[in-house]
Design a binder for this molecule. Structure first.
Ligand code: ATP
Length: 298
């Protein structure tokens, strides 16, 4: 288990991480979310020991993280830190050696992952000759070459197309099943919803929402009601609790600020003819994120 307890970090007068605590169990996939500058990268750098914390404790299975745990940790940084003059093979060998791996083990793992990520043809090419997305896949390989127990990925999906996003998700799910703790950041909530079970949203270095994604969505009182049939926006103008009404090509989506307003919407709809759909849905993570972050900044 990874335990982050009451960790803080300032850069001169900027408080980047403010008394942050969270836990991630073995095999869990945890999303650390937040707007630009919320403190995600600073948190990651403290976890892997690249940055000294001012206060608090970070432990992996009860042991304070230090350089003796390097071979158990994988870290993919946000600023893509590849040495572009090196070949893919040289770059991965470099990281594998830093993790204490033997040459033949690195070679075996490298061939396996190049094949899994469909970039075997680039093994002996210089990194500068690769596209951004393929460079990113190489960087991902450097972070998993040692099959880490703790894998930290800062914005791992940024330059990837949808096919490669699902490939990465498939691989991360395999690591999770094998017991690896996976922590990642992303600004793309649809990617987070794809595979993340637990998350925390940071604002100004503090966690403002944390927990199980399904529970967060279920307990969030704002809901979207999807209605199909002979109904128009103005039918709802008289009722309370409505935040927005959107008309799409085949339905109306009424967003209510609290689930207690479902009945008032239903009362309007049931008086109409030809209603073929009335479905109450939890909001998307994107909506929750925007609403929470918006409330804090207001
Ligand atoms: P992003 O989503 O944009 O990558 P983030 O959530 O990762 O942002 P951090 O990079 O951790 O945020 O930055 C948190 C705060 O600390 C910001 O206000 C940032 O300007 C500041 N900061 C980060 N690194 C440094 C540094 N080396 N020196 C001074 N201030 C820094």
């Amino acid at each position: 288990m990874l335990k982050v307890s009451h960790v803080s970090k300032s850069y001169d007068d900027i408080l980047a991480v403010d008394d942050l605590s969270f836990e991630v169990k073995d095999g869990e996939i945890f999303g650390l979310l937040g707007v630009n500058g919320a403190g995600k990268t600073t948190t990651f750098r403290m976890i892997v020991g690249l940055l000294e914390k001012d206060q608090g404790r970070i432990t992996l299975n009860g042991k304070e993280i230090d350089y003796s745990l390097t071979d158990k940790i994988g870290f993919m940084t946000e600023e893509r830190s590849l040495l572009l003059k090196l070949s893919v093979k040289e770059q991965v060998y470099y990281y594998g050696t830093l993790k204490g791996m033997k040459k033949d083990k690195i070679e075996k793992e490298l061939d396996y992952w190049l094949d899994r990520l469909h970039i075997s043809e680039f093994k002996n090419k210089r990194l500068k000759e690769l596209s951004k997305g393929n460079q990113q896949k190489v960087q991902f390989i450097t972070s998993i070459i040692n099959r880490p127990k703790l894998l930290i990925l800062d914005e791992p999906f940024t330059s990837l197309d949808p096919f490669n996003v699902s490939l990465l998700v498939e691989i991360l799910n395999e690591f999770s099943k094998a017991g690896t703790i996976v922590i990642f950041s992303s600004h793309r909530m649809e990617h987070v919803e794809l595979f993340c079970k637990k998350l925390a949203i940071l604002v100004h270095g503090k966690s403002v929402l944390e927990g199980d994604l399904k529970e967060i969505k279920k307990n969030y009182r704002k809901k979207n009601i999807h209605i199909q049939g002979d109904i128009v926006e103005k039918d709802f103008f008289s009722i309370k609790g409505i935040e927005t009404i959107q008309t799409t090509s085949n339905e109306i989506i009424v967003t209510i600020s609290d689930e207690s307003y479902i009945n008032s919407v239903f009362d309007i709809v049931k008086k109409k003819n030809n209603i073929i759909k009335f479905e109450v849905e939890d909001p998307s993570l994107d909506e929750i994120f925007v609403s929470i972050v918006g409330d804090v900044y207001d």
